[in-house]
Design a protein around this ligand. Sequence first.
Ligand code: DP6
Length: 325
Amino acid sequence: MKVTAKAPANIAFIKYWGRKDEKLRLPVNDSISMNLSEIYTLTTVEFLPNLKSDEIEIVGEKISEEGKARIIAHLERIRQLAKIKTFAKVKTKNNFPKGTGLASSASGFAALTLAGTLAGGLKLSLKQLSILARQGSGSACRSIPDGFVEWKAGNSSETSYAYSLYPPEWWDIRDIIAIVGETSKKVSSSEGHVLAESSPFYQPRILGMKKKLQDLKRTLKIKDFEKFGEIVEAEAINMHAVMMTSQPPLFYWLPKTVEIILKVGDWREVGIPVYFTIDAGPNVHLICLKKDEKEIVKRLKKLKIKKIIVNQPTKGARIISKHLF
Ligand code: DP6
């Protein structure tokens, strides 16, 4: 059977940085994210008896050997669960703008997990899908459920999965992504996780996590935007402090990243409630309320940001009827 899935990228408000089990991709702490409406991956999978090996294509991109091996390893997990030996044809399309440093293993492995399992004849629960997606890429487990999502770190493969805290309609907030360019240092998050514990700030970060998670969940529940934004911003700075102090250090920011960070502070001073968060790259995510979206986009344009993507909360991975081949 040929199956096509669409999965969103997600932005973490409380981040996953560091693992307690490399092989199973068990994170050291729980994390909380929101699925993004405007950046996603489409993936079609079909297991075909005549194939001699897996055929993988990412539209408009050249796949690295490492990337290919990671996808094949994931297909292998699916084959084992489905008890099949057939190779698969996989075609994937990302809608992210090219050359912007925006790439997401989260949307990619979430889409591959949903399309691949159904194409292999499996009907997994949301929990099982999230567990499987996590093994391809940690953050992918958060792109399976809808809206606002929590990934419980767990202490085994079966207990480490994400679930929906609230549907997308819960809170009409925005994630405005300011694309500032390619990351200057090409260290993937997969490699970065391994370096995290070499930072002297890693243990203090973990020690503060429990309270931070509780506080963020409370602000999400009562929709206290100001407190929510303060936690989100402090958390991003905290993770980047660990990155910058690991051995070797990881500097994901560019001059433009810092320029926007400083502006966000200025904008708050003139009464616009806006907060930033940043993943393992230079692009800045500006979190704001719907009512302030236009004003913030206007201000970003004045800073000559070449590409701006306005996201709202959205559903998780789902099946679509239009195939890529
Ligand atoms: C900074 O999920 O990309 O975006 O499990 O190795 O694929 P792998 O790592 P990945 O790490 C994401 C790191 C982050 C924070 C986050 O999304 O929580």
